[in-house]
Design a protein around this ligand. Structure first.
Ligand code: ATP
Ligand code: MG
Length: 215
């Protein structure tokens, strides 16, 4: 199963959510690896800090657009779940990641700027879907969601209007645990904030349910 975590905007939480989902899946006994398709290689660095006594998560650095698809397919033979940490641009890589994915997760922040980027993303997504001649299951994931803020609630409602890309029921709040856990090569599943852990497990379970309907 290939899951692309992608967006057209930088800093929306692609790497954070890729790493945290990988950690959850690994603790749920899935054999999981990350393909780091971004030039800043943040997931590759994160893996370098990961303690040896925790479930292993292989991270493969893939910046070469030409070999990306072939390598992801090869990894998909060996792993239950291949998570791709995508690039923040309208590059060829972003389109390729849409072409190869069994499932696409698009983190989005509750802000106007992110919504404008979404419109362009949807155009790109429609093109990829036409090329593949099949539906690509794709879901927005609201990151840094704050239920006390109208903007967060309005963003969720607005995302619900798109038919082609759905929205995950679970959201991810802004928590310092996400920033801190990463520094030690951990996910919040392995950190000291039970609410963050529960939240990420809920997201991971929702994704597993979606995957079970795809395969
Ligand atoms: N839910 C969250 N709570 C708190 N901080 C968060 C959360 N999600 C992401 N962050 C922080 O926001 C910043 C951007 O996140 P991240 O690097 O994961 O985004 P990205 O989409 O991978 O960025 P880029 O496009 O540059 O690769 C990081 O400092 C990260 O620690
Ligand atoms: Mg990143």
């Amino acid at each position: 199963m290939i899951i692309s975590i992608t967006s057209l905007k930088g800093g929306v939480g692609k790497s954070t959510l890729t790493q945290n989902l990988a950690v959850c899946f690994a603790h749920m006994d899935y054999k999981v690896c990350i393909v780091d398709a971004d030039a800043n290689q943040s997931s590759l660095r994160w893996a370098g800090y990961r303690p040896d006594n925790l479930p292993k998560i292989m991270v493969s650095g893939q910046q070469d657009e030409n070999s990306l698809l072939k390598n992801v397919r090869l990894l998909n033979n060996d792993y239950d779940i291949v998570l791709i940490d995508g690039t923040p641009s309208l590059s060829k890589t972003t389109s390729k990641l849409l072409l190869i994915a069994d499932l696409v997760i698009i983190p989005i922040l509750p802000s106007g700027l992110d919504f404008w980027a979404t419109e362009i993303f949807i155009d790109r997504f429609v093109e990829a879907q036409e090329l593949r001649e099949k539906n690509i299951p794709a879901y927005f994931l609201l990151n840094q969601y704050d239920e006390r803020q109208n903007l967060s609630k309005e963003s969720k409602e607005a995302l619900g209007m798109y038919e082609i890309i759905k929205c995950l029921e679970n959201n991810v709040k802004s928590r310092s645990a996400y920033r801190k856990a990463i520094i030690d090569g951990l996910g919040v599943y392995e950190y000291n904030d039970p609410k963050a852990k529960d939240e990420m497990v809920e997201v991971a379970n929702e994704i597993i349910q979606i995957m079970s309907k795809i395969s």
